[in-house]
Design a protein. Structure first.
Length: 472
């Protein structure tokens, strides 16, 4: 009996789902479509014309995407135009005013703020939409389809969405490339010239001297250059000196692809405009001047010190087998890497290695692994000195911390020296590779990560509990 009841309930549920899906959903979709101001598929749109009292813009879709044809022939912002088309397609009529609208000036439709005309790929031209004033209540606006007397009320967001300027619909990309295609980078100022070249998976600086580059800094530079977007355009600039581009503060060039195409951006003056600072830039191959956010300068103004690799000591972490730590306070200890226990499931892969303090009964393997990882990724935030004559001023003649790195066969991999110098109110941390010629400035928190005593890495031994005393 219960089973039959369950089947009945299940059948009823399936019938309800079927009704909602095959009856109510199409009915709801049809009701929504009937509310649309215009009915068309956004993918079928071939042309959009926006007419304002003082100007007109014509957008046309080609095989390569949307292009602005009037008042200037340039590539359009694909996302901005797609959003515009979608806004027209999604516009719904909230209400239609009864009777003929004889006094169009009441609704701002005698001289509409904008007229939106859409043409489809098959040649169909939809009735242009005349956009009038905002309604006094209800976050609404008045519109009228040309050829019809009725005045319709639509959400006010449609009215504001149709107010567009040329700069809103233009492609705002200034330099277009893919990071992986960049083969070389040049940064030129009045004071210096820096050249970088791809070196395998990384980068190297070739000029003014051959040194390894910091890949994270180079990637950040490329990202900033690629992400530079125009906020405004000056298509027919007068004298470039007005924008500081007759003698640019900086030139950034990338050499892209197998054909070594050169793409170069000039950075000019920064000026106040519309209550904010604006930086003017231009491409070397185009007369157009672009106004961009002032923060662009910080992302592209890279000097040699910023681009240099600031890794204190490069080594292969998988080869490291022993770490000897010597402290200036006299303490020294060794941590060794031990192979992990084999897994019961072969699919789990090789066992994870663990770190132990040599001679200790219990070790904090995770904390030791963190110390090793900090050494492996140790970087200075700036170069404090190159080929310093006196290491004493950096505390490195007699370092506070010395880390000797040794591989599993006993072969030395190098040493890292680190010290803190100064009073409590002004402490500076420094590090270098022993035998190297560069002293790096360390962030204080990085030094604190390295400043570990043996007791910090050893498990505390529980004190023996007192023996129970026999009762008299």
């Amino acid at each position: 009996m219960k089973f039959r009841n369950t089947l009945a309930v299940a059948a009823l549920f399936l019938a309800l789902v079927g009704y909602l899906y095959f009856v109510e959903k199409p009915r709801e979709h049809q009701a929504t479509e009937e509310k649309k101001l215009l009915r068309f598929n956004p993918d079928d749109v071939a042309e959009v014309t926006l007419t304002y009292p003082d100007r007109q813009m014509v957008l046309k879709k080609t095989a390569g995407g949307w292009h602005l044809q009037k008042p200037i022939e340039v590539e359009a912002d694909q996302t901005a135009v797609s959003n515009l088309v979608r806004a027209v397609a999604d516009a719904e009529v909230k209400r239609t005013l009864e009777g003929d609208a004889k006094s169009l000036d009441v609704y701002g439709l005698d001289k509409p703020e904008s007229i939106v005309a859409v043409a489809l790929k098959d040649g169909t031209k939809l009735p242009p939409v005349r956009v009038g004033k905002a309604a006094p209540v209800g976050f609404s606006a008045y519109v009228q389809l040309e050829g019809q007397n009725e005045v319709k009320i639509v959400p006010s967001v449609f009215q504001t969405g149709m107010k567009r300027e040329v700069k809103d619909l233009r492609n705002k990309t200034i330099i277009d490339f893919q990071d992986a295609d960049v083969q070389a980078i040049e940064i030129t100022t009045a004071q210096s010239a820096i050249e970088l070249a791809r070196d395998g998976e990384g980068w190297k600086i070739q000029k003014p001297s051959v040194v390894k580059a910091d890949p994270s800094e180079v990637n950040a530079l490329l990202s900033s250059l690629r992400a530079t977007r125009a906020e405004d355009f000056v298509d027919e600039p007068g004298a470039l000196a007005e924008y500081g581009l007759d003698q640019p503060r900086e030139k950034v060039a990338v050499v892209v692809g197998a054909d070594k195409t050169r793409k170069e951006l000039w950075l000019g003056a920064e000026k106040a405009k519309d209550s904010k600072n604006t930086l003017y830039v231009k491409r070397a191959d185009s007369p157009t001047v672009y106004a961009v956010g002032s923060w662009t300068w910080n992302g592209l103004n890279k000097n040699l010190a910023a681009l240099r690799d600031k890794t204190v000591l490069s080594f292969d972490l998988t080869n490291l087998g022993v770490l000897e730590v010597t402290r200036r306070d006299g303490e020294s200890y060794r941590v060794v890497k031990e192979a992990g226990a084999p897994s019961v499931t072969p699919q789990a892969g090789p066992p994870a290695a663990t770190w132990k303090v040599e001679g200790a009964k219990g070790s904090k393997s995770t904390q030791i692994a963190d110390l090793v990882a900090d050494l492996h990724g140790l970087k200075g935030y700036e170069i404090a000195a190159e080929k310093p004559g006196d290491l004493g001023q950096y505390g490195l003649a007699q370092p506070d911390l010395t880390f000797s790195l040794i591989d599993a066969t006993g072969k030395p991999l190098g040493r890292v020296l680190a010290s803190q110098v100064g009073a409590e109110s002004s402490v500076n941390a420094y590090a270098m590779a022993e035998g190297g010629d560069v002293v790096f400035h360390l962030r204080p928190y990085l030094y604190s990560h390295l400043d570990k005593k043996k007791q910090d890495l050893v498990e505390a031994t529980a004190a023996p509990s007192p023996s129970a005393t026999a009762a008299p």
